[in-house]
Design a binder for this molecule. Structure first.
Ligand SMILES: [Zn+2]
Length: 252
């Protein structure tokens, strides 16, 4: 019912005077059991209970995200043309950038040391989020490098076009379909913001390569906006047809 968007949410029930608080009833359970304050709970909207931001739903939402992404990924893989130079690299859902940057094909793009250095240079120019301030104050020297290695590309998939030296970071997002027009733009902006620092660091560390982020957005009920989906697939495929070849940079 939550996914179908017809659960009577606390937000809705408050509006029609049935209950007093719009705060999420699932997020309330844990602090209430511990005898802690339940002030400032997120409003129980469909968007909230279908997101990892809801403490009661996070595990389920994450499992649904992985399952839908896996399905999309398999479809992309199956549709790959035989001559395609794209290599899809799938890393475990627990993997982060540090784990990803181990195989030789990644190290040929740039070394870990070089990437760490650029992550530091770029990181210091960006604001530290409020939620990360405590960690920054504890380890100001290593904070930006650790943050780079700790990033997990959401779609946990990277496609490398070896011939052209293009690395695609495929990001995956889910959104409620309720906001028909706007959800693509919002999710696109969110996904781009999430990886700006990684992509900027990669570009600086490996100037001979191209890095491109492609975001696939799926509705919570598993639907995709067809035109958007095919445009993104085409972007992956079209690069292949360009004749320009960029050689591997030497291993440093
Ligand atoms: Zn919640």
């Amino acid at each position: 019912m939550a996914v179908a968007g017809n659960t009577p949410t606390a937000n809705f029930l408050t509006k029609i005077g049935k209950i007093q608080s719009a705060g999420c009833r699932l997020c309330r359970i844990a602090p209430e059991a511990r005898g802690e304050s339940t002030d400032g709970l997120a409003a129980e909207t469909h968007g909230h209970i279908n997101s990892v931001g809801c403490k009661g739903m996070a595990t389920t939402v994450t499992a649904a995200n992985h399952s839908i992404w896996r399905h999309l990924y398999d479809s992309m893989h199956a549709a790959q043309k035989p001559k395609s130079k794209l290599k899809f690299v799938t890393i475990d859902k627990q993997s982060n950038m540090s784990t990803l940057w181990r195989p030789e094909e990644f190290l040929r793009i740039c070394s870990k040391e070089e990437l760490a250095k650029k992550a530091q240079d770029i990181g210091v120019t960006m604001p530290v989020k409020k939620s990360q301030e405590a960690r920054y104050n504890l380890y100001p020297q290593s904070f930006f490098v650790n943050r780079c290695w700790g990033r997990r590309p959401g779609g946990v998939t990277v496609a490398i076009n070896k011939a052209l030296q293009i690395v695609y970071i495929l990001e995956f997002g889910r959104s409620t379909e309720r906001d028909e027009g706007g959800f693509l733009e919002v999710k696109e902006a969110e996904a781009n913001e999430q990886h700006t620092s990684i992509i900027d660091a990669l570009k600086a560390a490996a100037p001979k390569c191209q890095f491109e982020q492609i975001n696939f957005v799926v509705g919570v009920r598993g639907s995709v906006v067809e035109s958007d989906f095919y445009t993104k697939l085409k972007r992956l495929d079209e690069q292949r047809r360009k004749k320009r070849v960029i050689g591997f940079s030497p291993i440093t």
